[in-house]
Design a protein around this ligand. Structure first.
Ligand code: GTP
Ligand code: SPV
Ligand code: MN
Length: 589
């Protein structure tokens, strides 16, 4: 096979000349092709078959032990002008970057097959969707891309019809972290990634295209590409409202997207549209509409259990690729938090499990599964128009300081709230875990251009519509003095979403605080909630003095963006600063 798209044909030939594969395979996305890839990988050890009776068509992939998460220090935005990448990104000049990475691609596919993977991000017939082509030498990447995107013949047909596509070149190279780079050339709509086979480093449709290149395109075209889940909340009256929520990696997006309402909230239903990425467009009706560019979930396995996320657990018993989980004696997948009645015998590296050597499953072990397998999948997941968003929620993992929930006063204040998000680092990226860092809009690793320009782009929406979503901030991760989570989280988070949606409808009460309106305990549905009144009080209070210190930290952070900082953001900053100062002097008076 080949293509009628001249640019694509020429690019594939050019890449083949550079990388010198033994074979070229154009992916059609068919079931037969997928089966062939699985057979190939079972043969060469890339995949291990799991128990086919309990888990039909489920396989385990063990990645190289030094290739288990995104590597932010090896990720670059290569723009002509360094300022365009901003202090939030690593930067190399495009010419230098191409030269450096092409020397690693030189001959790297000898003895391998070059797969051409056409894919569509978003419903195949949506005007909001965008196509790309990933060239890769990893059958594991191809198999994952088939689950995570609309991959194959239909995407190629769209590319041939439309012409344009994002180019992504990927090779596992020698998997050495010394020769690993993930480079983005937004001005050329091009991605080059070598030396990793893992997740966001290698499945180029996801973070590289849908967020880093996507955010760049979104800015110039007037939309938003965000690290957000999309969920529909149906109330007992049968009305569904959609929420988009941005939490940093491994901070609860997948879980919130498919939560199961607590037994004490009969009649409530949750509809999953997306668990990681949202593309948001302002429509003529003045509302922000969202599509999920993905077709599957690449979700965190640890912590996924019957009590925390039953919807996820149940979708994982067939047609799933697991990466870096442990296995039981009868070859069932296992991870911490899955099932106390089962025990792991082989750890994620393939060695006999020894609790003294760490967890059985890698903390960033993942499942790859089609969204269609989720019991709560929204009937609108393929809707070309997307869904209208009523509320945008920002959040982070903060053991201290951030209350359970507060509301932004308006859109512009909401941009400050989003830009001020901080969160403890997690195993989703290499490096220290549990360190609080700034992660504006949960996009620190994913914004493909200067954050200050990005906040300016967000602010610009304020003047375009008066029907924008209301903006909120949540924190499910407050801990008490013993290090225990104070809020039960998971399904119980629906109680907070209920207050949020009631606020959007102008129904729920709140009190004004210097950081924005907040519910009192009585404003939240606490029927049968297993949280003491004192704890709830603590979760719903703010310490003005500590917030003042937080604000000074935010000032230092913003100051790094110098002249690029939008004035509107500093104005919002001043408003909050003065409100905190007033609260503080009232306290001490
Ligand atoms: P990425 O895929 O990396 O973007 O992560 P994500 O934001 O989708 O996070 P996910 O929902 O997979 O959750 C990550 C971890 O946080 C899992 O171990 C969950 O069990 C845990 N988690 C999710 N929601 C909650 C919650 O409400 N409370 C607590 N305590 N833990 C949670
Ligand atoms: C994340 O880290 O936010 C993920 C996993 O969703 S990855 O695909 O590796 O980026
Ligand atoms: Mn993510």
């Amino acid at each position: 096979m080949s293509t009628t798209n001249q640019a694509l044909q020429a690019w594939v030939e050019e890449v083949a000349r550079l990388t010198r594969p033994d074979r070229i395979h154009w992916c059609d996305g068919s079931e037969a092709e997928y089966r062939g890839l699985v057979e190939l990988m079972l043969g060469n050890g890339d995949l291990v078959a799991l128990n086919q009776e309990t888990h039909p068509n489920c396989y385990l992939h063990r990645s190289s032990p030094t290739d288990v998460a995104r590597t932010e220090h090896l990720t670059f935005i290569c723009t002509q002008d360094r300022e365009d990448a901003g202090p939030n990104n690593n930067w190399i000049a495009p010419d230098e970057a191409h030269a450096k990475i092409d020397s690693l691609f030189d001959g790297c596919m000898q003895g391998r097959t070059l797969y051409v993977v056409p894919y569509c991000m978003g419903p195949i017939d949506s005007p909001l969707s965008r196509c790309g082509v990933e060239i890769t030498d990893s059958p594991y990447v191809v198999a994952n891309m088939r689950i995570m995107t609309r991959m194959g013949a239909a995407a190629l047909a769209r590319i041939e019809r439309e012409g344009g596509f994002v180019k992504g070149l990927h090779s596992t190279g020698d998997l050495s972290p010394e020769r690993r780079f993930i480079m983005h050339f937004p001005e050329e709509l091009t991605i080059k990634s070598i030396g990793s086979g893992y997740g966001g480093n290698a499945l180029l449709g996801k973070k590289c295209h849908a967020l880093r290149i996507g955010s760049w395109q979104a800015r110039s075209e007037g939309w938003l590409a965000e690290h957000m889940l999309i969920v529909g909340i149906e109330n007992p009256q049968g009305e569904t409202h959609y929420v988009a929520a941005a939490f940093p990696s491994a901070c609860g997006k997948t879980n919130l997207a498919m939560l199961i309402p607590p037994a004490t909230m009969p009649g409530w239903k949750v509809w999953t549209v997306g668990d990681d990425i949202a593309w948001l467009h302002l429509r003529e009706d003045g509302r922000l509409w969202a599509i999920n560019p993905e077709a599957g979930f690449f979700g965190v396995a640890p912590g996924t259990g019957a009590k925390t996320n039953r919807n996820a657990l149940e979708m994982l018993d067939r047609d799933t690729i697991f990466t870096n989980v442990a296995v039981t004696a009868d070859q069932q997948p296992w991870w911490e938090g899955k099932n106390k009645d089962q025990t792991p015998v082989i750890d994620w590296k393939g060695n006999p499990f020894d609790a003294a050597k760490g967890p059985a499953a890698h903390p960033n072990s993942r499942f790859t599964v089609s969204a269609k397998q989720c019991a709560s999948v929204s009937p609108r997941i393929d809707d070309p128009a997307g869904v209208p968003i009523s509320a945008i929620v920002f959040g982070g993992r903060r053991a201290e300081l951030a209350p359970l929930v507060f509301q932004a006063r308006d859109w512009k204040h909401g941009v400050l709230v989003g830009a001020s998000v901080a969160s403890e680092t997690t195993a989703a990226a290499t490096g220290a875990v549990g360190v609080v860092r700034r992660d504006p809009m949960a996009m620190q690793p994913f914004c493909g251009y200067n954050f200050a320009d990005y906040w300016g782009h967000w602010l610009s929406f304020a003047d375009k519509s008066d029907k924008l979503p209301k903006i909120f901030h949540v924190n499910w991760f407050r801990q008490d003095a013993d290090g225990q989570f104070m809020w039960p989280g998971f399904g119980e988070n629906l109680r907070v979403l209920k207050w949020i949606l009631e606020r959007c409808a102008g129904q729920a009460e709140a009190v004004d605080t210097p950081i924005g309106p907040m519910p009192r305990a009585e404003d939240i549905d606490t029927a049968s909630l297993d949280v003491s009144p004192e704890t709830l009080e603590a979760l719903l209070s703010i310490d003005a003095g500590r917030w003042q210190a937080e604000l000074e930290d935010i000032r230092t952070y913003f100051a790094k963006y110098g002249e690029h900082m939008p004035r509107g953001l500093w104005e919002e900053f001043e408003r909050t600063r003065i409100a905190l100062e007033k609260a503080r002097s009232a306290e001490t008076a």
